[in-house]
Design a protein around this ligand. Sequence first.
Ligand SMILES: [Zn+2]
Length: 256
Amino acid sequence: MATFETEALVLKQFDLGEADRLITLYTKEKGKLKAVAKGARKGKKTRSGLVLPFSYHNFTLYQGRSLAKINHIESIAMNSKLRDDLDYMAYASVVSEYIERSGLEAEADQALFSLLAIILEKMAQAKKNELLFNFVIFKAKLLLLLGVKPEIENCTVCGKKVNLKKGAPLSVEEGGTICKNCFNQNEYYKSTVFSLSEMRVLYKIIFAEISQLKKARFSDQTLEKINKITEKFLVYHLELEPKSLSFLYTIRKMNN
Ligand SMILES: [Zn+2]
């Protein structure tokens, strides 16, 4: 039982009694953690009223037997846009839920923490037509961090180098590309054919530094394709299927 300091992002919150909130945090030092924000429901008059979903703060926490208590906060980024606009909120909710479901309690993962902090900040500053782009980057990097990124260069069945010039089928179940030989021997019906340029985009989004990726270089059509395949990878290989995805789909349908 001790007081400690950590940077953290707010993944979600629940009302607790008349004045307090129960907050789920993703912390830099201790992974996922639940904390009580005393007096948070009294609004922005109290410091803990600032502890809102998707916001980023430096916390001083007191670790009690089960829950932590917030002693002090210094705000780093409020990311207000993610709460004020439904489109932004829909994307941010799914991102937070992916982290909530994959992050472990009391186990720090600084790479996962940085990914969450960077993507939420980028989304809060993005234009509306850049939200999907940032969301796709998030999922591709999440796959990489969780060790199930799509294998692109070598056939996932026989291990030989795949000739990508004319495009190649990519199978979620096999975990990546399938060479012509293996494909002809055993049709992988559920695979999706990716062209060479789409493969390049996928490769780049997985491996390039986030700061090097610029929306203007990627077509919406390719992003939609990568959006689908990354979602399927997360469900099939890690059973990660956020409930908030249905909210995101509803919002996206309304915009189309
Ligand atoms: Zn093969």
